[in-house]
Design a protein around this ligand. Structure first.
Ligand code: URA
Length: 172
């Protein structure tokens, strides 16, 4: 599944891979992680209709649950990330975003290399030839998966990173 957004969008958000709901709907970031991303965008004053939203890996990788037919997300491996990289590169080439936001470790691996550590470098621009400004933050799913006692903090840190992105968009 390809990304979505206006050609020439100033900012591109890159996630991991479409999830179950995205694959059914045929649109990126429409499930629970997408709803959290939408909330963070809204709070930061970024209109989702103006941004390009895509994924490092273009298909939903899953396994069947042991007791139900539920499709359970599986993390993409290096080969899958590499195989999808040309499509992502082409989306960047065509869109020419001035700001790229890397959401989580898979997107970071695809665009910034395997050594990049989102937890250490989140929220600040990183040197990259991909766009004028490239910023990484955690994947919204990691906020949803955080343990009960840590979820509020994880959410507020994620929202703060998206507010930082909004400042860079204003300057871009
Ligand atoms: N998670 C992602 O990384 N991408 C989506 O499109 C949905 C969930």
């Amino acid at each position: 599944m390809f990304g979505e957004g206006p050609r020439g969008a100033t900012v591109m958000f890159v996630g991991e891979q479409p999830g179950d709901q995205e694959e059914h709907a045929g649109h990126p970031f429409v499930g629970p992680a997408g709803k959290l991303l939408d909330a963070a965008l809204e709070e930061a004053g970024i209109d989702r209709k103006t941004v390009y939203v895509t994924n490092a890996v273009k298909h939903f990788k899953y396994e069947r649950g042991a007791k139900s037919a539920r499709r359970i997300h599986k993390k993409p491996n290096d080969t899958e990330i590499r195989a999808c990289h040309p499509w992502l590169e082409e989306e960047i080439r065509l869109t020419k975003p001035r700001v790229i936001v890397v959401l989580g470790a898979t997107a970071a691996q695809s665009l910034l290399g395997k050594q990049f550590r989102v937890t250490q470098q989140r929220g600040k621009p990183v040197a990259s030839e991909l766009a004028g400004t490239v910023i990484a933050t955690v994947h919204p799913s990691s906020v949803l998966r955080a343990p009960d006692g840590e979820r509020e903090q994880a959410r507020s840190d994620f929202f703060a990173d998206i507010r930082a992105v909004a400042k860079h968009i204003a300057k871009a």
